[in-house]
Each structure stands twice: as structure tokens, then as C-alpha cells.
Write a protein that binds this ligand. Structure first.
Ligand SMILES: *Cc1c(COP(=O)(O)O)cnc(C)c1O
Length: 380
């Protein structure tokens, strides 16, 4: 009998992600080159590293010398620690007081998201390392940059150790006039506050202001860290933007198996809701991937497609939860068990996550971060 563990380790059975380690390294290098002097990467590996697999990606980053990471929630931080990730792990979002013990036990750094929250953190009664989130115009998390006294008060809390301060730019993705002046005002508000704090004797180490678009559009903005997410994975949010930053290399490919190949005769329909009817005899293939794997249902009925033998095969009918049917009439000798590429290169052709994002009417960040938990992740 075959060893079942070996069988389980075969990661290309159904639908899987292939992660290009060389591309990731190249993106790290490109980003580091673009950062101002003294500024280091603090890669954002929230949402399972934008769907890529947080542990896998963080381990690769650690091998490349990265010593600081951002996550969205405390459990993501714990997962990294339990898998041997060292250095700074900053929780960017809210942690429930019931989970404060995790911050200490796993040496995670918590964002101070407002003044009342700082007091809650302090009331836990054990030393917690924090970065103060400063709201300069996004109005999501952080203490308003104008509230100097509230920010000073955080320093006075006996159980909090202020290790850093940061803000988040909310319009750095375009250089249009309105957005540009908004971004400049945000940066100014942040640096002004830091100047005031420093002049009053409050230490302000570990400042960070940029995310991917900040690094791209405002590489001169000073900081100790840059919280880079999407660009690290080799794309920007849209196809247009990604085409401008040509050197970035997409890290992720999405592949699935062809479960079966069949003939569809003229007048027959395929899939839920009888949305597709064959106008002539055709060959179709059923792929082992669906919207539960992160392939958007919006790709149904010819909006999206797959690459088979280096040829484009449009989706016919609706994308199902676990399966998707494509038209392979123009692709000779396709066999069950072969691979189909949903994102990535195949021969001369490529489907990028940018294509999928525009087909689905969203940004690459959403497509990537919704890659299904049941996809296997394989480093290549
Ligand atoms: C998600 C996030 C980032 C990363 O943004 P990208 O645009 O993906 O680089 C940086 N900072 C904060 C606060 C975030 O929430």
C-alpha cells in the first residue's frame, strides 16, 4: 500500500499555487534599491501573505535578511512565531483585550489604534511593545496627528513601550493633483508631529509612512521602514500601474488539473442555469478549480479563461464552487489529468492577476488575498 503521507505531500493533485522564489528575491532587491537611505523593508504578510502563504513567504523573506514583518491580526502573528519567524512582527489592526496575553507571549508589537485603546493595552498590566498609529487623513485607525496631548499620553503609560510611530497614506496611488497635495499634507502632518515630539524629548524611533504605492510614487519620503505589500508579490493594484513598474515579477501562478474532456453537441448546454448553449459541436474540459479556490465567479460565461497547451480556453457557463468548464475546441489532443493555467505563463501566453482583477471589476489585492485556503502552495 502506498504511504498516505507521501500521497498527501503531492501538492499538484487538484488546484495549487506555484510561488516563484527567484521572483520574490528580485522584487525584494528592486524595492530595497528604491528606498531612501537607512530605510528597510517591513513586508506585509497579512491575509496569508496576500494569498501566497504567510509562513512560506515569511520564511523566504527571513532567508533574505528581512527582520521585520506586518500582519493584520494577532493570530497571524502567532502563526509566524510558531513557525520560526523572528524579529519584529507588527500587528497593524485591532487586537481584542482577551487576546492581549498573546502579544506578550509571542513578543508581537501592537498598533495603538486610538487613545482609549492605549489605556486598554496598558490596563493589561504587562509590558506591551507598541507602534503608535497616527491618523493624518485616512481616518481609519490611529490617533489624529493634531492631538499632541493624546499622543504624549501614550508615552506616559507605564506598561507600554513605544517602539515606533507610523501613518498610512490613502491616496499615494496616483500623482493627480488633488491626490498629490493630499499625500503631501499627510506626510507633512506626520513629520511635523514627529518634530514636535522630538523637540519635547520624546524618542521617535522606527518611523514608517510608505506602503507599495508610496515607495513607487514617493520614493524620497524618509522613514526607517516601508510597509510593502502588493509590490513585493510582483504586481500593483491595477494592470495600468503594474505595466509602469516593469521590473516587478509576479510571484504567484495558479494552476489546476483537467478532470475530464468531453464533446458538447450543437444545441446542448453546459453548467448551472443553462447559461451556455453550444452553437456547434465542440470540445470542453472541466477544470478542478472553482470560486471556493478564489477564482472569481465573475469570470463566468467567457469573461475569463485558462491556458491549456499554451492556448487560451475561454470559460463556458458559470464558474462553480469547485469546478470550471472551458472551451478547448481549438486545442487538439487535450487529455484528462493535464494542467491548466489560470494565472501565470503557459507557452507564449500569460494570464496575469491584473487581467483577472479587471475581468472581475476589482484590484489585484482582492483577487490575491482571496486565494482559497484549500489550494496547495508550492515554492518553485
Ligand atoms: C495592507 C497595508 C499595507 C500594505 O499595503 P500595500 O499597498 O499592499 O503595499 C501597509 N500599511 C498598512 C497600514 C496596511 O494596512
Amino acid at each position: 500500500m502506498a504511504d498516505t503521507d507521501d500521497c498527501l505531500e503531492f501538492c499538484r493533485g487538484r488546484a495549487w499555487l506555484e510561488l516563484d522564489a527567484a521572483a520574490l528575491r528580485e522584487n525584494i532587491r528592486l524595492l530595497q534599491k528604491r528606498l531612501p537611505d537607512g530605510c528597510r523593508l517591513m513586508p506585509v504578510v497579512k491575509a496569508d501573505a496576500y494569498g501566497h502563504g504567510a509562513v512560506l513567504i515569511a520564511k523566504e523573506l527571513q532567508k533574505e535578511g528581512v527582520q521585520a514583518f506586518c500582519v493584520a491580526g494577532v493570530r497571524e502573528g502567532v502563526q509566524l512565531r510558531r513557525n520560526g519567524i523572528r524579529g519584529l512582527i507588527l500587528v497593524l489592526g485591532y487586537t481584542h483585550p482577551k487576546q492581549f496575553p498573546l502579544l506578550c507571549a509571542y513578543q508581537l508589537t501592537q498598533t495603538v489604534i486610538d487613545a482609549a485603546y492605549a489605556k486598554q493595552l496598558n490596563d493589561y498590566g504587562e509590558c506591551i511593545h507598541v507602534h503608535i498609529g497616527i491618523d493624518t487623513g485616512m481616518h481609519r485607525l490611529g490617533i489624529r496627528s493634531s492631538m499632541l496631548d493624546e499622543i504624549r499620553a501614550v508615552y506616559e503609560l507605564e506598561h507600554l513601550c513605544v517602539d515606533g510611530l507610523f501613518t498610512h497614506l490613502c491616496a499615494s496611488d496616483t500623482m493627480a493633483e488633488r491626490e498629490c497635495s493630499y499625500t503631501k499634507a499627510q506626510a507633512e502632518a506626520f513629520y511635523d508631529l514627529i518634530g514636535q515630539l522630538q523637540s519635547m524629548g520624546y524618542p521617535c524611533p522606527n518611523l514608517h509612512i510608505q506602503a507599495s504605492y508610496g515607495v513607487w510614487n514617493y520614493p524620497q519620503l524618509a522613514g526607517d521602514y516601508a510597509r510593502v505589500g502588493i509590490a513585493l508579490y510582483g504586481v500593483l493594484s491595477t494592470k495600468e500601474d503594474t505595466e509602469k513598474w516593469k521590473e516587478l515579477q509576479p510571484v504567484l501562478s495558479l494552476k489546476a488539473r483537467i478532470a475530464t474532456v468531453k464533446t458538447l453537441y450543437e444545441g446542448e448546454s453546459a453548467g448551472y442555469g443553462i447559461q451556455f448553449t453550444a452553437r456547434r459541436t465542440m470540445r470542453i474540459a472541466t477544470l478542478t478549480i472553482g470560486y471556493a479556490d478564489g477564482l472569481p465567479r465573475a469570470l463566468s460565461c467567457g469573461v475569463g479563461g485558462a491556458l491549456v497547451h499554451g492556448v487560451y480556453a475561454p470559460v463556458i457557463g458559470r464558474v462553480c464552487m469547485d469546478q470550471t468548464t472551458v472551451d478547448i475546441s481549438n486545442i487538439p489532443s487535450v487529455q484528462a489529468g493535464e494542467e491548466a493555467v489560470l494565472i501565470g505563463r503557459c507557452g507564449q501566453l500569460q494570464i496575469s492577476v491584473c487581467d483577472i482583477a479587471s475581468q472581475a471589476g476589482t484590484i489585484t489585492n482582492e483577487i490575491l488575498s482571496r486565494m482559497g485556503a484549500r489550494l496547495e502552495r508550492v515554492l518553485v
